[in-house]
Write a protein that binds this ligand. Structure first.
Ligand SMILES: Nc1nc2c(c(=O)[nH]1)N[C@H]1C(S)=C(S)[C@@H](COP(=O)(O)OP(=O)(O)OC[C@H]3O[C@@H](n4cnc5c(=O)[nH]c(N)nc54)[C@H](O)[C@@H]3O)O[C@H]1N2
Ligand SMILES: Nc1nc2c(c(=O)[nH]1)N[C@H]1C(S)=C(S)[C@@H](COP(=O)(O)OP(=O)(O)OC[C@H]3O[C@@H](n4cnc5c(=O)[nH]c(N)nc54)[C@H](O)[C@@H]3O)O[C@H]1N2
Ligand code: SF4
Ligand SMILES: [Mo]
Length: 741
């Protein structure tokens, strides 16, 4: 492999020439597939089934996998084009080292030796916890489990956290508080049975496209749809009631609804009495939330709030879905609990057509939050500070309590500690924090302070550009394992091809590092993903996320197994809480009071416009993968700022104008996109791009006090018209690409 440049200017040219738009050999070569492999999409949490067509050691296309029950052959654009990553010229084929003139290939042996020497040096000098690890949930269950064990027993550090910290943690914490378990309460099969569907902070059609089909199946039966979002998303355009609330005011709305349910006697008092605790306290916190108060805070009309409460309250079956819109807030957990309060008050859970779920984000966002690579967690969704939980894991791992570190810092706090100089070394596996953490100027400064940084990725991500050593890892289709979908269904990921060049699977790299760190006795038996899964089953056994009875054979036979599944003769559990039985020791659910409080940053005279951020259908997360696929880039080549025409007119901004968006953290200059589907007091920027194009130049490091999730969805900004000469050069390049130049 040629030198890879380390500086941003040289990397700019990477946007254009390296787009993969056709399989190796081009479309004309039309490689004849020799076989197809039934597996799942590597992108979002829905984990659609897909058949990959393979010729030689290359994935050359796909077929729909119609028999897989979740998506029945349907796929979104990302799933259709994902296979173009495999033969991409940017694939890392060798270990790479940073040199004065860029990244150079290095021998495997040297890469291993230097990495182990640096880890040892840093830990000898500054202590074990001065070496941190960041992990990710595009990883299979097996690799997630291994990441947790690797950090605790090979590195011996407390400081391990994962990218679900930016994604699923508010939902996880809220669900554990209310239900004692963190999983979608229902399989999606209950959605089409519901009479009312309440969707909040979820751009379903773009971010969970296949879920749209389930919602429309309900609508075909006459179900009513309510969508809460400051933007009228594509799904909201088909809703019976769209509630475009002011960003950051979600718990004001849900408290207001709870207040009305009680006033109008639409509370299921029997269910509340028999199956829950804490209703009176939750109602007390919502006491002052009259429709007039709720309207003043949320910016929604009183009539719309009342209509929503009626539609929700009077239904006989219902399904509530939420995603990051309510969770990416400094009160993300409270927002989640206030939604659950609405569900519990009507007693519509644990029965056919009565459901609740957060729509899990990343590919293995569900499984990845169960197996112990969170800073406070052990496998089976156990608590690292609970002596009994620790004893169980020490038993499975064969270590002593002293050998098992305690709770460490969360992802943003690890970055803060790097910035402060308390953490000196980092291993980053499957995470691109430079693009995805808030306040990316701060993140860059932190990464530059590391004494040693090793990264595992299959592409040179923006974060990996700061690494000293990069290990080339394997794509999803280059390894076996399991994953757990948004529904809680454990599925099989099948290997279609071998990793190219010297690339290795993440588990092989971690096991080799562990051995060289002198900790082989805990890892030597991991000779395949299947061997890791066997230990994962034992480790999870008896925990809430119980995989004890799940085997690869059973997953294949049943096309997925829903956990909890404690024994091999247990069929799995698609619907939780049947009979009103929850996972707390007393079997009862908890109402959690969610008194209203504002977001950490509010609009003011200097920064008078709300800023929010999120996604478009064609790209995936920090874009390392989808910004390299021609078709997807062409559909949405560059970032932009969505502005309502009324706000734009006030600011003298027209379609396409260079528009400066400034917050207390920084400024971006992007083209304006005028849309009538956003509140006139709010602007939106999709976040998939790095550097001068990255929404996270603008966002703040404010965290939810419980889940430690950053407040990506609410900032205050100033929007002004500027001149096109202020467009950054990389943006001009992408805009030209968009014009077909
Ligand atoms: N195409 C695509 N699909 C994806 C991904 C991707 O990158 N691209 N990523 C996957 C991952 S990891 C995730 S987490 C999910 C995310 O899926 P979603 O959460 O559905 O997507 P987002 O765009 O982050 O935000 C959802 C909506 O929240 C709204 N919103 C903003 N502020 C507020 C607020 O204050 N209150 C409310 N109620 N809504 C608000 C936004 O307008 C947006 O429409 O998508 C998954 N699927
Ligand atoms: N402003 C703003 N910021 C946000 C969000 C937002 O809505 N607004 N959303 C947040 C959310 S919900 C999320 S989930 C995060 C996501 O943030 P990240 O997790 O940083 O995003 P990814 O693009 O998934 O980065 C994963 C990296 O790991 C690599 N990778 C993928 N699979 C594997 C694998 O199997 N092995 C290895 N070794 N590497 C792999 C990819 O190439 C990529 O470089 O971003 C968050 N940031
Ligand atoms: S909906 Fe999600 S899992 Fe399904 S094809 Fe699209 S990105 Fe992949
Ligand atoms: Mo996410």
């Amino acid at each position: 492999m040629a030198h890879l440049p380390t500086d941003a200017a040289a990397l700019r040219s990477r946007f254009g020439p390296h787009l993969n738009s056709a399989p190796p050999g081009g479309w004309d070569a039309d490689p004849v597939p020799e076989r197809t492999v039934e597996t799942h999409c590597c992108f979002c949490g829905q984990q659609c089934g897909i058949k990959l067509k393979v010729a030689g050691n290359q994935v050359v296309g796909f077929d729909p996998w119609e028999a897989f029950p979740f998506n029945k052959g349907k796929l979104c654009p990302k799933g259709v084009k994902r296979y173009l990553q495999g033969g991409h010229p940017d694939r890392l084929l060798h270990a790479m080292k940073r040199t004065a003139s860029g990244f150079e290939p290095m021998g495997w042996e040297e890469a291993m030796e230097r990495t182990v020497a640096e880890i040892t040096r840093i830990q000898d000098r500054y202590g074990k916890d001065a070496f941190a690890m960041l992990s990710g949930v595009s990883l299979t269950n097996e690799k997630s489990y291994l990441a947790g064990k690797f950090a605790r027993l090979a590195l011996g550090t407390r400081n391990l956290d994962y990218n679900g910290r930016l994604c699923m943690v508010s939902a996880g914490a809220g669900n554990k508080k209310a239900f004692g378990v963190d999983r979608a309460a229902n399989s999606w099969e209950d959605i089409p049975l519901a009479d009312v569907i309440w969707v909040t902070g979820a751009n379903v059609a773009e971010c969970a496209p296949i879920t749209t089909d389930y919602i429309w199946r309900a609508r075909d039966r006459g179900a009513k749809l309510i969508v809460v979002d400051p933007r009228i998303t594509p799904l909201a355009r088909t809703a019976d009631l769209a509630l475009p609330l002011r960003p950051g005011t979600d718990s004001a709305l849900t408290n207001g609804i709870l207040h009305l349910l009680d006033q109008w006697n639409l509370v299921d008092r029997d269910f509340v009495r028999d199956h829950t605790n804490g209703f009176d306290e939750a109602l007390e916190a919502a006491r002052a939330c009259t429709p007039q108060w709720t309207s003043a805070v949320t910016g929604l009309p009183v009539a719309a709030i009342e209509k929503a409460a009626r539609m929700w309250g009077e239904a006989s079956t219902s399904f509530l879905l939420h995603a990051r819109g309510i969770e990416h807030q400094s009160k993300g957990v409270e927002n989640v609990n206030s939604c659950i309060n609405m569900v519990l008050a009507t007693g519509r859970i644990g029965r056919p057509g009565c459901g609740y779920a957060t729509i899990t984000g990343q590919g293995n966002g569900q499984g990845g939050r169960e197996h112990g690579h969170k800073c406070d967690q052990l496998p089976g969704n156990r608590d690292i500070e609970n002596p009994e939980h620790r004893a169980h894991i020490c038993g499975v791992w064969g270590c002593t309590d002293e050998e098992l570190p305690g709770k460490g810092l969360s992802a943003q706090e690890i970055m803060n500690a790097i910035h402060e100089g308390d953490i000196k070394g980092l291993l980053c596996l499957c995470f691109n924090p430079l693009v995805s953490l808030p306040d990316s100027t701060f993140t860059r400064e932190a990464l530059e302070k590391l004494e040693f940084f090793v990264s595992l990725d299959f592409f040179l991500s923006e974060t990996a550009q700061h690494a000293d050593i990069i290990f080339p890892s394997a794509l999803h289709e280059e390894d076996d394992g399991t994953s757990t979908s948004a529904e809680g269904r454990v599925i099989r990921i099948r290997k279609a091809v071998e990793p190219p060049g010297e690339a290795r699977t993440d588990w092989e790299i971690l096991v080799e590092l562990a051995r060289r760190l002198g900790r082989g006795r805990f890892f030597d038996h991991f000779t395949s993903p299947g061997a890791i899964f066997q230990e994962l089953r034992r480790a999870s056994s008896g925990g809430t996320a119980d995989y004890g009875g799940i085997t690869y054979e059973k997953i294949e036979k049943q096309m997925g197994v829903f956990w909890p599944c404690p024994t091999e003769d247990h069929p799995g559990t698609p619907r939780l809480f049947e009979g009103g039985k929850f996972f707390h020791p007393d079997g009862r659910a908890r109402f959690i009071p969610t008194p209203w409080r504002p977001p950490m940053e509010e609009v003011d005279a200097d920064y008078p416009v709300w800023l929010t951020s999120g996604r478009v259908v064609f790209h995936y997360l920090s874009g390392t993968q989808t910004r390299r696929i021609g078709f997807l880039v062409e559909q949405c080549p560059h970032p932009y700022v969505e502005i309502h025409p009324r706000l734009a007119a006030n600011l003298g901004i027209r379609e396409g104008d260079a528009t400066a968006v400034a917050t207390r953290r920084g400024e971006l200059v992007l083209p304006a996109k005028l849309v009538t589907t956003i509140r006139p007091d709010t602007v939106f920027i999709p976040y998939h791009w790095p550097g001068n194009l990255g929404a996270n130049r603008l966002t703040a490091r404010h965290l939810d006090p419980v889940s430690r999730i950053p407040e990506f969805k609410v900032s205050a900004c100033r929007v002004t018209r500027t001149t096109p000469d202020r467009f950054p050069p990389e943006l001009l390049e992408l805009m030209a690409l968009g014009r077909g130049e």
